[in-house]
Design a binder for this molecule. Structure first.
Ligand code: AMP
Length: 286
């Protein structure tokens, strides 16, 4: 069994309007396809809150830089239809680039502050592309709630800010990262990894977790970040783009742990760029 696909905004709106007319709550799960267990967990989370679940599949050219993997990004629509169905999705919206950005398209959305630094510093224009496509998808679907993974933590904060700033009437829900047994965060890009790179990749999550427990135990943040960075480089990561401690909501850098923080990393194995993040919480007062 597989989930039906619509390709036009008009068809999407007709389906959602019928569900709303029947009094059903509608959840939206935006993705770029190549669905895995992480995406399926978003669909299941939507199922716990909404009667109807719409998955969007759109490899958005505007969020890829000129030297990034847009052309080779994995595309596998039939397998995605089965995975979406197995997780309980009612509908897939898979528009063409022309449907999303017709001739004459001229609007871009830029969310300042939270888009700066971290991935924003290393992928110029990336979060403008994300904010633009997510705003369009939210407006097109008119869903009641939309589900995003904490795996892309900066993206989640960009989307939360965007929705508040533009008064888009939708609730945004973050879903914890789904991982392989060895800790590696699931990602559609993991298929690019060679066997040797795949063996090294779980060190990213392990390093973050070790750093989080050291910092929670009172270790200074700057020294812990420096040790983590040296560990990743020494183990063979080709480039560590950033390893930082940030405030959970504003994403401003933190030097001490007085409020909940987040440790975030982006590092490359060969050409493959991996990102991950974990919470770091101050010890509860005795
Ligand atoms: P993508 O298809 O990579 O653009 O991701 C679509 C959505 O799935 C985003 O909200 C991601 O944060 C989320 N996602 C991707 N990987 C995971 C994962 N391992 N665990 C939870 N959510 C994920």
């Amino acid at each position: 069994m597989s989930t039906p696909i619509v390709r036009s905004v008009a068809e999407l709106r007709t389906r959602v309007a019928a569900w709303h007319k029947a009094g059903e709550r509608v959840g939206l799960i935006p993705t770029m396809g190549a669905l895995h267990e992480g995406h399926q967990e978003l669909i299941r989370a939507a199922g716990r809150a909404c009667a109807r679940k719409v998955v969007t599949i759109f490899v958005n050219p505007r969020q890829f830089g000129p030297n990034e993997d847009f052309a080779r990004y994995p595309r596998q629509e039939e397998a995605d239809q089965i995975r979406a169905h197995d997780a309980g999705a009612d509908l897939i919206f898979a528009p063409t680039v022309g449907e999303m950005y017709p001739d004459g398209y001229a609007t871009s959305i830029s969310v300042s502050g939270v888009s700066d630094g971290l991935c924003g510093a290393h992928r110029p224009g990336h979060f403008d592309g994300v904010a633009t496509v997510v705003a369009k998808l939210l407006i097109q679907a008119g869903a009641d709630e939309a589900f995003f993974g904490e795996k892309d933590y900066q993206q989640l904060q960009v989307v939360r800010r965007l929705v508040r700033d533009l008064d888009i009437p939708v609730r945004i829900t973050g879903v914890p990262t789904v991982r392989e047994a060895d800790g590696l965060a699931l990602s559609s890009r993991n298929v690019y990894l060679s066997a040797g790179q795949r063996a090294l990749a779980p060190l990213l999550a392990r390093t973050l977790n070790e750093m989080a427990s050291r910092i929670a135990g009172g270790a200074p943040i700057a020294a812990t970040l420096a040790d983590g960075l040296a560990g990743l480089r020494g183990a063979g990561f080709d480039e560590v783009e950033y390893l930082e401690a940030r405030d959970v909501v504003s994403l401003v850098p933190i030097e001490t742990l007085s409020a909940p923080g987040r440790l975030l990393v982006a590092a490359k194995l060969g050409k493959t760029r991996l990102i991950d993040n974990v919470p770091v919480l101050p010890k509860a007062a005795p």
